[in-house]
Design a protein around this ligand. Sequence first.
Ligand SMILES: Cc1cc2nc3c(=O)[nH]c(=O)nc-3n(C[C@H](O)[C@H](O)[C@H](O)COP(=O)(O)OP(=O)(O)OC[C@H]3O[C@@H](n4cnc5c(N)ncnc54)[C@H](O)[C@@H]3O)c2cc1C
Length: 300
Amino acid sequence: MYDCAVIGGGIAGLQASVILGRYMHNTVVIDRHHGRSLMAKNYKNILGWPNGISGPQLREVGWNQAREVGVEFVEAAVIGGYKKGNSFVLQCSNGTMIEAKRLLISTGLLDQIPENIEGLKDVLGLAVYVCPDCDGYEIKDKRTLVFGAGDVGASLACMLLYWTKEVTYINHEPDSRPVSPHWLDKCKEKSVAIVEGPIRRVNYADLQALSSVELTNGEIIEGEKGFIAFGGNEPQSDLASQLGVERLENGHIPVDGRSKKTNVPNIWAAGDVVAHSQLVAIAMGDGAQAAIWIHKSLQK
Ligand SMILES: Cc1cc2nc3c(=O)[nH]c(=O)nc-3n(C[C@H](O)[C@H](O)[C@H](O)COP(=O)(O)OP(=O)(O)OC[C@H]3O[C@@H](n4cnc5c(N)ncnc54)[C@H](O)[C@@H]3O)c2cc1C
């Protein structure tokens, strides 16, 4: 029986596990190795890393740090769970069952990224970004293309004018998700150009800089940087719901601001699955805070 099982070994889960290990709690991290931090190629907004660090690097450092303080790791997806007396039983995709007194849910969210745009994944996080709070600075005064759909893309395109005056919005799904008259007006008023048509390929000079984007109709649009905005990101909270944890309409988990406790006793949540801004520093803070309160509860 573990003191705590951490479901999701991304940024929030690893930070929590380092602290739980240092409290000498018997801790296991279960991770299916598929998440946002594995796609992020250069975090540049984290204190201490002025030249940036990639998500995979940060995870590897965190994994080793946690191992050194006795934390165990299981590479699997948690596919089910239930309460058993005062503990929880988790069913993993590799057939193992894990029992723990406390649970931390740090399963993150999954971004909507079209599979059919060639080259996009190569430059994601280097020349094309997902989060203006994280990477707005990277497009300062650069010709920027927003790849998106419907009003979500139009709204992000207008927001990016804070960093650059040259923004073009390419609506990749004009037939199913047209831009509403309200956002057409806003874009016109703010001089954001709108191009309609599915994108075939992202062309880049090097991984840090785009050269252009080619639409399926052959049209070429030049730009140096990009942002994606398709909406519909999915918090990975189905398992939490199965365990009785309350979710908001958008799938995020509400928690107590101080302790990160959910509505279910002995279950905590941290990181992007929780309802707040989606940044590494916040995921780390959440994980740390949850670990402290999990420790307090184990001492009782
Ligand atoms: C392309 C990109 C660039 C980004 N750039 C920045 C940036 O520059 N600065 C910044 O601050 N933030 C950035 N972010 C956001 C940042 O990566 C997230 O805020 C951070 O990863 C959140 O940490 P997390 O632990 O909540 O989730 P994650 O790091 O996504 O970890 C969640 C983990 O849970 C695991 N998991 C999910 N479900 C299960 C399950 N059922 N069983 C087992 N394991 C499970 C997944 O495998 C994953 O490893 C970026 C995100 C993306 C996608």
